[in-house]
Design a protein around this ligand. Structure first.
Ligand SMILES: [Zn+2]
Length: 159
């Protein structure tokens, strides 16, 4: 193979990272009662929620009504209804995604992904394994964390 041919090949391998990504499975459910098949998840969820929760997709910024939600209450996993975040830890990060500086205790688990080449810490609902978002180290006090969440992966219950 020529140098040029090799370069073209490498570039073509990189393309999916920028555009349509190949489907990726969500994390395994910690609770055996939530180890549903792909068909069962598809039947339970809207197409948009399925793409985020089960294929680790990302919704468009500023697309979720929960981004501007300011009432007191609890944000639940849209997959299995586990409470994940309190409104007390929500803040306006300006990113266009609902953002929190802390999850509820024991609600989420994390893993490192390399979808954007640079490693990022993915997090998901601990009970059903559904993908929620990514956590970054540029959040406000007291934790300094920013849990950047897809709104479509949450349901909100005002208290
Ligand atoms: Zn869940």
């Amino acid at each position: 193979m020529t140098r040029r041919g090799l370069l073209a090949r490498l570039l073509s391998l990189g393309t999916p990272l920028l555009g349509a990504k190949p489907a990726e499975a969500a994390s395994p459910a910690a609770d055996p009662r939530w180890q549903l098949s792909d068909a069962q998840w598809k039947a339970r969820l809207s197409p948009a929620a399925y793409a985020v929760l089960r294929q680790e997709g990302t919704e468009r910024p500023f697309s979720s009504p929960l981004n501007g939600e300011k009432r007191a209450g609890i944000f639940h996993c849209a997959g299995c209804d586990l409470p994940l975040f309190s409104s007390q830890a929500k803040y306006d990060s300006g990113t266009g995604w609902p953002s929190f500086w802390q999850p509820l205790a024991g609600a989420i688990a994390t893993k490192v992904d390399f979808k954007l080449i640079v490693p990022r810490t993915e997090y998901h609902c601990k009970r059903c394994g559904g993908h929620q978002g990514h956590v970054f180290n540029d959040g406000p006090r007291p934790t300094g964390k920013r849990y950047c969440n897809n709104g479509v992966a949450l349901s909100f219950r005002p208290s």
